[in-house]
Write a new protein. Structure first.
Length: 94
């Protein structure tokens, strides 16, 4: 009986570290264009509405942007602002 208790105690200690180490995140990547060409150097803002966490980046030479390590789940608000095109805002998406 003592060996069995020792075994389960050791098993609990080994698995406890992996249980607490699991973090769920997500990512988003996209390309911005105006219908004919890429939108370069646009300011992109992503807001996680439940926590008001704000993520910012700019589009590259191909109009691409990406966000990593985002809070999983939503909703999010996406805003894209550029001096060359009309601003874009999507109030809520998941």
């Amino acid at each position: 009986m003592t060996k069995l208790k020792l075994f389960f105690s050791a098993l609990m200690l080994l698995t406890a570290g992996s249980i607490f180490a699991q973090i769920t995140t997500s990512s988003l990547s996209a390309k911005v264009n105006d219908g004919t060409s890429a939108v370069i150097d646009a300011d992109v803002t992503l807001t996680h509405l439940p926590t008001n966490a704000v993520y910012r980046t700019t589009t590259d030479k191909q109009g691409r942007f990406s966000f990593e390590n985002l809070n999983a789940g939503g909703p999010y608000e996406l805003e894209i602002k550029s001096k060359d095109t009309k601003d874009y805002s999507n109030a809520q998406f998941i």
